[in-house]
Design a binder for this molecule. Structure first.
Ligand code: ADP
Ligand code: MG
Length: 438
């Protein structure tokens, strides 16, 4: 199968060939023909399987074939849950559209809205955006959705987790009824199917990997270790093995900061990436990690979602996620593009229940290891499993607890309260972080 036989035009094929793609990935093979036919689709495939090109290429083809010679109303919109993902998708859109006459742009929060408004005014065919900032801009009449032909929801499962459904529905209420809808997700949950029912019309379902399956070449390793020994153990792992590029997941922003500090103290270059960091710091951390000028990136689940960090040999779960699906997303960062990878989890006694939940989801037992000098002595009782904790936990927790995970926080907080956009609130360029939105 070739890009040509999928029905894509030469100008697009030339651009992907320059990216080094020689043939379409399985999800691209399955999704592109349906999208070119104008159908709605609900597509699921593992992280790192090329979903972005899967929707971008056919949409670019549609846009360039139907472009009005004079006007450039916004006709395609890609919504993503996080700023980093928006930036990444936009980079791809730009690369793929190199040889077609299509203008693209990206907007997200945490940065000055003025240049975004100016870009939108100048005319854009396809826009990549995070929901919150886009609503702000729409409120300011900087953008119109009246001519939207194609709506793409990328990482839809994460948008659900982050509580963006209301924002999305509000955005959709400004769009024409008749449009094509494409929904992409790494996993197909019941909630995703429900969301899809509300948005998609007679969608074709496209799936390339068994539900919630993890990349085949990833080995899972669990180390049983006491909670208060985890930092020391992590440092030992990195030093003993001489690892040069490791993504570490923590459950909380605070935990990410603390671990990063300790790593740096131990002489290991590291940076943290999470929702409380300024956009500049996040972009810089990611760039430094990608070009290997730092060895370790410590991230929360939400910050890391969907990021394309190629060929990551090791992922460490400093803590297990309390939502088992997050484990699948996390380890999707390793063993990408067919390369082998290792997913390491440090599990203390209170996390046993999380491990059980993960094993259930994977339908696989994770082998436990104990390392000399780090034999577990803790006997703290296991925490309740994610499925039970979701409802009751949230209500009891004090609001504003900086230790709470971003995901749950996002879920608890109503998202759009008509807050003033950054540019007019006098908070200036770096002012937004208090009212965090991805
Ligand atoms: P996903 O959204 O499914 O997680 P991405 O769209 O981020 O995956 O793509 C993952 C990586 O694979 C990117 O580096 C991208 O450039 C690359 N890629 C996409 N399509 C192809 C292809 N057909 N051949 C080779 N590499 C590809
Ligand atoms: Mg993606």
């Amino acid at each position: 199968m070739s890009f040509k036989s999928l029905g894509l035009k030469e100008a697009l094929i030339k651009a992907v060939e320059e990216k080094g793609y020689t043939k379409p990935s399985p999800i691209q093979e399955k999704a592109i023909p349906h999208i070119l036919e104008g159908k709605d689709i609900l597509a699921s495939a593992q992280t790192g399987t090329g979903k972005t090109a899967g929707f971008t290429l056919p949409v670019l083809q549609y846009l360039s074939d139907t472009k009005h010679p004079k006007y450039r109303p916004l006709r395609a919109l890609v919504l993503t849950p996080t700023r980093e993902l928006a930036a990444q998708v936009y980079d791809n859109v730009r690369e793929y559209s190199k040889y077609v006459n299509i203008k693209s742009a990206v907007v997200f929060g945490g940065v000055n809205a003025k240049p975004q408004i100016a870009t939108l005014k100048s005319g854009v065919d396809i826009l990549v955006a995070t929901p919150g900032r886009l609503l702000d801009l729409h409120d300011q009449k900087a953008v119109s959705f009246k001519r939207i032909d194609v709506l793409i929801l990328d990482e839809a499962d994460r948008m659900l987790d982050m509580g963006f459904v209301r924002d999305i529905n509000k955005l959709i209420s400004f769009m024409p009824e008749k449009r094509q809808n494409l929904m992409f997700s790494a996993t197909f949950s019941k909630d995703i199917k429900k969301l899809a029912e509300g948005i998609l019309r007679n969608p074709v379902s496209v799936e390339t990997a068994p539900q919630n399956s993890t990349a085949k070449k990833v080995t899972h390793k669990v180390f049983k270790v006491d909670k208060n020994k985890k930092t020391e153990f992590t440092i030992k792992l990195i030093k003993d093995n001489n690892w040069n590029q490791v993504l570490i997941f923590t459950r909380t922003k605070h935990g990410a900061n603390k671990l990063t500090e300790k790593l740096i103290k131990a002489g290991i270059s590291a940076a943290a990436i999470h929702g409380n960091k300024s956009q500049g710091a996040r972009t810089k951390a990611l760039k430094n990690f990608k070009d290997n000028s730092i060895k370790i990136l410590v991230a929360t689940d939400i910050a890391a979602r969907g990021l394309d960090i190629p060929l990551l040999p090791h992922v460490i779960n400093f803590e297990l996620p309390n939502v088992p699906e997050d484990y699948v997303h996390r380890i999707g960062r390793t063993g990408r593009a067919g390369a082998a990878g290792e997913a390491i989890s440090l599990v203390c006694s209170e996390e046993t229940e999380y491990q059980n939940e993960i094993e259930k989801l994977l339908n696989e037992k994770l082998k436990s290891n104990i390392v000399e000098g780090f034999e577990p002595t803790d006997t703290a009782p296991p925490k309740r499993a994610a499925s039970q904790s979701k409802g009751s936990f949230g209500k009891k927790k004090r609001p504003g607890n900086s230790n709470s995970s971003e995901g749950n926080k996002a879920k608890r907080k109503p998202h759009f309260k008509g807050n003033k956009p950054t540019s007019t609130s006098g908070r200036g360029r770096t002012g937004a972080p208090k009212k965090k939105r991805f």
